[in-house]
Ligand binder design. Structure first.
Ligand code: IPE
Ligand code: IPE
Ligand code: MG
Length: 238
């Protein structure tokens, strides 16, 4: 891990998993007197670039918050535009030959067409090492409830942390090391509530469609300045 050049930069195993709350698409569009949907279109471009940049930096697991369980309350045309963006993204993603795609969230209320495409992409990329989790119709509380209900169905009488973690949508991943949120909002909005117990947070005023490689590098540099104690003490600082 070295910081002298963004081109040569690689993370080490302290940063295995990065997650993004991709916020500010609407404000980006509004600032240009464009409809919100256009903001989402440019947000989708920033998302694809960011995934590539994370992998170029050697980050193995990327999670993005694309659509929350609360985002259904947006106007119908905006929701439809986001569904369509996911649909066309999956068509492009199929060509990708080095990423395992996992959709985290409740697929059951999505259109049959979208659901089938999501499952097909997940199954056809199962064996790749780099992981991209796309949180779509995702809510952290709903995820914990669903994990608890699965455990009840299995007849478990008492649960521990491992039981919950292994029944979440993210059971195939370690918890995120770093969570980045754009657009000057300082909250989780129901994202990875269980998994973020010891995550580091990075907030920026940059609106998501403007988030680029330089911004990502800045977030990572900030992460490497942090001292993660996990409730303990760091050697030499006792
Ligand atoms: C984030 O951008 C994308 C989704 C929530 C789908 P927003 O649409 O929330 O953008 P702002 O917060 O209104 O600017
Ligand atoms: C969080 O952003 C959800 C996604 C980025 C998909 P929101 O814009 O929906 O969050 P709030 O409403 O500002 O908390
Ligand atoms: Mg928002």
């Amino acid at each position: 891990m070295f910081f002298n050049s963004i081109k040569k930069f690689k993370v080490d195993d302290r940063l295995k998993h990065i997650a993004f709350i991709m916020d500010g698409n609407g404000r980006w569009a509004k600032a240009r007197s464009l409809p919100r949907q256009v903001g989402h279109k440019y947000g989708a471009k920033a998302f694809e670039e960011t995934v590539k940049n994370c992998h170029a930096f050697g980050i193995k697991i990327v999670t993005v918050y694309a659509f929350s369980t609360e985002n259904w309350s947006r106007p119908e045309n905006e929701v439809n535009a986001i569904m369509e963006l996911l649909n066309t993204y999956i068509d492009r993603a199929k060509e990708q030959k080095d990423i395992r795609f996992v959709f985290i969230g409740d697929k059951s209320v999505l259109s049959q067409e979208l659901r089938d495409k999501m499952i097909e992409l997940e199954e056809s990329t199962l064996l790749y090492d780099n992981v991209l989790n796309i949180a779509f119709n995702y809510g952290g509380r709903a995820e914990i409830i669903s994990a608890c209900n699965s455990l009840i169905c299995e007849g478990v009488k008492e649960v521990n942390e491992k039981d919950i973690s292994s029944h979440l949508y993210t059971s195939h991943c370690p918890d995120p090391d770093l969570i980045v949120r754009t657009a000057s909002e300082y909250r989780l909005s129901n994202f990875l509530l269980w998994q973020c117990a010891y995550s580091e947070f990075y907030f920026t005023s940059v609106l998501w469609p403007d988030f680029n490689k330089k911004q990502l590098y800045k977030a990572i540099k900030s992460f490497y300045k942090r001292k993660r104690r996990f409730g303990g003490l760091i050697k030499g600082e006792e």
